[in-house]
Design a protein around this ligand. Sequence first.
Ligand code: NDP
Length: 446
Amino acid sequence: MDYTQQVQQAVERRNGGEPEFLQAVTEVLESVKPVIERHKEYQDAAILERITEPERQIMFRVPWQDDKGDIQVNRGFRVQFNSAIGPYKGGLRFHPTVYLGIVKFLGFEQVFKNALTTLPLGGGKGGCDFDPKGKSDNEVMRFCQSFMTELQRHIGQDTDVPAGDIGVGGREIGYMYGQYKRLNNEFTGILTGKGLKWGGSLVRTEATGYGLTYIVEEMLKDTGSAIEGKTVAMSGSGNVAIYAVEKVHQLGGKVVTLSDSSGWIHDPEGIKLDLVQDIKEVKRGRIKEYADEVKSATYTEVGSGANVWSVPCDIAMPNATQNELNGDDAKTLIKNDVKAVGEGANMPCTPEAVEAFIEAKTLFSPAKAANAGGVATSGLEMSQNSMRMSWTFEETDAKLKGIMQSIHVQCKEAAEEYGCPGNYVAGANIAGFIKVADSMLAQGLV
Ligand code: NDP
């Protein structure tokens, strides 16, 4: 058994019952095998053992009172995974499925993603098994205040800077920021995704969806193609999906599907974004309401067979959640001649799906590269907060675009250097790993 396999076994032994975390680790270990074989110093310094073990894991009780006066108790998490290249950085997810394994998988992915952004950002992630759906604004506020009352001990502008993720948008960031400020009596950049009037950055809201679209455009450009004139199938209808639709439409493509956890819509005439934003961002409603209003659209409930990936498209962007696109979905997309896939969500494609895309030579940008625009712009928000300045939309968007182009080049060059040209999964893992591993080597046994 070689070094990588030994570490894989040890990680499996120590992290039983956390399949998402093991899935994320397995992919990285497989990708970096040729790097480990070429650089014995990583094995000598036990880099793989250390990089797969979080520096710190925090779990805490979150008690709060609902509108009826009943007491509710949730479980909060913050996993500070790796600080070799900067303060821990990564979002908070509020969703009933959140448990330690999900937070660890997201934190582990974040380490390599953040390394790709070219910015000095370590990796972390957090969240809670709280479900904001169906809660009143006051309930969400009381919950956020309780969550931050504990979390504030562990974060800081130079230590750990959380942001949003599933279930955590501008409203939740606002309530958490207010509570941090009240407890610490300081106005510093301890969260990103803040409102524009109180320390937020222009483009942060749009960043993940825009960045995803920019990197898909870069991949297509390499093959003499472009998004213009292409049909795009997308899942999700949250922050990532909404701004990916906006950018795809600006670049002349046409998005024809969106979804939420209840069902999905197909509008062959192209998704009307204003309506989606009204349903999702203003009314906090369900995607079904789109088909109730738009004649050209159809709605299909989850569980009735087909999903968004059955709709013929040139480009697929899974933007909802982990493992939402499986091997069969990938085969359907390939059969329908999909040209490019960009992962807007974190780990949305199962290992079987990723393998199928790589085998079919479909252009495939993995989440670590494709959705890094969100955290990159969070990094830009941190810079602006430290400088007490703010950049214009155009300036920030140009920086985001430059970062996405750099990420694409890093993935491409690392894949070529290690003998798998065109495999951006391996390229992203290798490029991110080398930056973090070299920094860990330089800093000694910590
Ligand atoms: P939102 O909460 O804004 O939207 C999530 C969307 O995905 C909703 O449409 C939601 O539907 C759907 N969804 C969530 N869970 C499930 C599920 N289990 N099954 C089916 N659909 C589901 O989140 P974001 O758009 O911010 O995040 C989406 C993905 O992108 C996540 O994987 C996140 O980690 C990743 N990401 C987000 C970044 C950001 O800046 N926001 C940055 C990088 C990655 P419903 O409303 O019914 O739950």
